[in-house]
Design a binder for this molecule. Structure first.
Ligand code: NG1
Ligand code: ZN
Length: 509
């Protein structure tokens, strides 16, 4: 067929570097930008097939998220705005690694396996190539793909539509909160010199001064993700450069493509306090639980975390808040799927990537109650708050801007300071390390990555090291985005957590 010949000719213009083998990992392909030309071309082909296969619009996001500036990445977004189905990740790896002569057979193999009708029209949206949305954040693209495929039911499939939906909900949540001071309406944002900086400014114009932002690392001078952004703040457990923090002031950091957020402040003693994804999940689930009680709604809510969740957060949510807790493997697609099992699923990775999912039943029950003229004022108020909460949330994926608005609204409604939020529970001191070994994938894990099953003897070694410390826990796993083994340790004191992480990393060699 002529279309295959054309693909072959065009593909020759985007040659694969000899010997290069890449894998569609936790977040698509991600590596130095100079090695990605052939991958970008081939992901265009794969997105076209996926669109024909699903008869829906598919998203193609070009970003390296929190990686350094010289990197780039690409991932596909499925029709409901979620990460592409697992089997298609395999096809992506197959296509990316095919030598020029094997590309057409690889394409034909996918077409055959998925029984794709090649006469079916394909629809794609992607910044900045196909249906061109220009520069947008990762979650804005997820949102627009979902809107497009639900005929606008989820919202209008434009960036303006996104701003309008989220800002209206935020204003409804906060406008009638009494006695909000200027301090409470003010927030410092570290844009990581990424796209989120531009977009949060655009969002701010829709917020009618209900939120006033001091924006730092806005991309005008600094380098993307360099010494700043959510990943830097979380892993280094310190403030980003370029942010002028005053004592006690609420600050937050986005990552480079604005799908993660962490909060922090510094105390008068000069101590840095981090409020990560676990603290965010706690704040949000506590708020939702209170509203469900007030509304008298019997909906099943769960919080989904990964092994990286601080032990104190799991303990607090499970034992004090009596919330259903789930632990999944690292990577948002795992958390997202687990959260879909409940009426309300709050999911967050410790690094600040997360959102809340509401089932259709939950949304309907909340809507019914909000419109029910016979219900009490208290119930109605709670139902309206829940409705606006649903609308401020981007349910397709973790979203720095949407999560920021939700957190700001909750703090306003509960009249809570960042210090009070921080005091809900105290984090166990922890340490994350990276270990470079010749093949990280010799480590195989089980129990949501909390235990190593191979190589033989590793888990026993970790167990005996953990026994030496109080309130200690440690695990190792191969990273899905870097060629390293990640080591995590937590314990009663920072010294113990550091020592344990160090000892476990020696056991990995
Ligand atoms: P890996 O490299 O597999 O640990 C990292 C993050 C994940 C997720 C992905 C995708 C940690 C410990 N790991 O995965 O949570 O966000 O990147 O960006 O933060
Ligand atoms: Zn990101």
């Amino acid at each position: 067929m002529a279309q295959f010949e054309e693909v072959s000719q065009k593909s020759a213009l985007h040659p694969k570097p000899a010997g290069l083998v890449l894998q569609y990992g936790t977040a698509g392909f991600r590596t130095n930008a100079k090695n990605l030309d052939h991958v970008m071309f081939r992901m265009g082909l794969l997105a076209t097939l996926r669109s024909k296969n699903t008869k829906a619009t598919i998203g193609v996001m070009v970003t390296a998220s929190h990686n350094p500036e010289e990197d780039n990445g690409v991932k596909l977004i499925d029709p409901m705005g979620e990460m592409v189905a697992m089997v298609w990740e395999g096809y992506a790896t197959q296509l990316a690694n095919a030598e020029q002569d094997d590309l057409l057979p690889a394409l034909k193999d996918i077409i055959k396996r998925e029984a794709i009708n090649m006469t079916q029209e394909a629809l794609l949206c992607s910044p900045p190539v196909l249906s061109d949305y220009g520069l947008v954040t990762t979650p804005q693209l997820h949102y627009m793909v979902c809107c497009q495929n639900t005929q606008g039911q989820y919202g209008e499939a434009t960036v303006e539509g996104y701003y309008r939906k989220l800002s209206q909900a935020f204003i409804r949540l906060t406008k009638n909160v009494p006695n909000r001071t200027d301090d409470q309406k003010h927030l410092c944002v570290d844009g990581a010199n990424g796209i989120g900086a531009l977009k949060v400014r655009e969002m701010e114009r829709h917020l009618e001064r209900e939120l006033q932002i001091s924006l730092f690392n806005d991309g005008s001078s600094g380098k993307l993700n360099h010494q700043c952004g959510a990943d830097f703040v979380k892993v280094q457990q310190k403030a980003p450069t370029g942010v002028e923090m005053t004592v006690g002031e609420r600050c937050c950091s986005f990552d480079g493509d604005a799908d993660r957020i962490v909060y922090y402040y510094s105390s008068s003693a000069g101590r840095f306090h981090l409020l990560d994804g676990d603290k965010i999940a706690t704040l949000i689930s506590t708020f939702l639980k209170e509203l469900l009680t007030q509304a008298g709604l019997d909906l099943k809510m769960a919080v989904v975390q990964t092994a990286y969740a601080n032990g104190s957060s799991t303990q607090y949510l499970e034992n004090t808040m009596k919330v259903i807790m789930k632990c999944t493997k690292t990577g948002v697609k795992h958390l997202h799927h687990a959260a879909q099992e409940f009426d309300i699923g709050v999911y967050f990775e410790s690094n600040g990537h997360g959102t809340v999912l509401f089932s259709k039943t939950a949304e309907q029950k909340i809507k019914q109650l909000a419109e029910d003229s016979t219900s009490s004022d208290e119930k109605k108020r709670a139902a309206l708050l829940l409705q606006n909460t649903i609308n401020v949330i981007n349910q397709t994926v973790g979203d720095s801007i949407s999560d920021m608005l939700l957190i700001e609204a909750i703090l306003a409604i509960k009249g809570m300071t960042v210090q009070q939020w921080d005091a809900i529970y105290s984090d166990l001191p922890n340490r994350q390390l990276k270990v470079r070994v010749s093949n990280p994938r010799v480590i195989d894990t089980t129990d949501a990555e909390r235990r190593a099953v191979s190589p033989a003897g590793l888990q026993e070694a970790i167990d005996s090291l953990v026994k030496k410390y109080r309130q200690a826990r440690s695990f190792v796993r191969p990273s899905g985005t870097e060629d390293v083994v990640r080591v995590y340790a937590e314990a009663e004191t920072q010294e113990s957590a550091d020592a344990l992480a160090h000892e476990v990393s020696l056991a990995v060699y």
